[in-house]
Design a protein around this ligand. Structure first.
Ligand code: AMP
Length: 199
């Protein structure tokens, strides 16, 4: 039997990581996990963790790396997943080089990805999509223009360097995310199948 696939989706806010992740994960037969969703659920539930991270999440800043690795390991080890981390489609983690390096380590509770998909979209499209999403989902971090700018800056500074990390490992594929949803899905699946760097 083939080993379960491990895919990481990387892209700025609004690039379609959640939309595409939820579509491709069941097709690949692995769980989809959005770290933003897990963190927002902790905040809504008023847990200790939720209280510690609320300011960062609502202000568009990153949650500390050590907390994130524990959150992801715990979420992927959920009982309904047999207590083991096998395959995954991760949306929103890793998001810093330190997080990527943490899951490269042999003793990491979360194994490293086989492939990393960059969903590329222009900044103005990001703003349009987040405005639409704010109206539908009511996410506080989508509604405030200064928080959106902060998230885009954090993406450029903290997350974009990840792309080089994975390019050096020969794991990066880039998919043009600025086109109709089903075309992005098809390109993403094709890129995973062929491993071509641009799709
Ligand atoms: P997202 O839903 O992926 O846009 O994430 C929403 C927010 O959750 C981010 O702006 C961060 O505050 C926090 N977050 C999600 N994933 C991570 C991560 N891997 N590292 C640090 N903070 C994260």
């Amino acid at each position: 039997m083939l080993a379960p696939v491990r895919i990481v989706l990387v892209g700025p806010p609004g690039s379609g990581k959640g939309t595409q992740g939820r579509i491709v994960a069941p097709r690949l037969g692995v769980p989809y996990l959005s770290t933003g969703e897990v963190l927002r659920a902790q905040i809504s539930a008023g847990t200790d963790l939720g209280r510690r991270i609320a300011d960062a999440v609502e202000g568009g800043d990153l949650v500390p790396d050590d907390l994130m690795l524990a959150v992801v390991a715990e979420a992927l080890r959920a009982p309904e997943r047999d207590g083991t981390v096998a395959g995954y489609v991760l949306d929103g983690f890793p998001r810093t080089c330190a997080q990527a390096e943490a899951i490269d380590r042999a003793d990491s509770p979360v194994p490293p990805p086989d492939a990393v998909v960059q969903l590329a979209i222009p900044d103005d499209e990001t703003h349009r999509r987040l405005a639409r999403r704010a109206a539908v989902d009511g996410r506080v971090d989508d509604a405030d223009p200064s928080v959106i700018d902060r998230r885009l800056r954090v993406y450029a500074e903290e997350t974009q360097p990840l792309l080089d990390h994975y390019r050096r490992q020969g794991k990066l594929v880039t998919v043009d995310g600025d086109r109709p949803l089903d075309e992005v899905t098809a390109a993403l699946l094709a890129a995973l199948a062929t491993g071509d760097e641009d799709a």
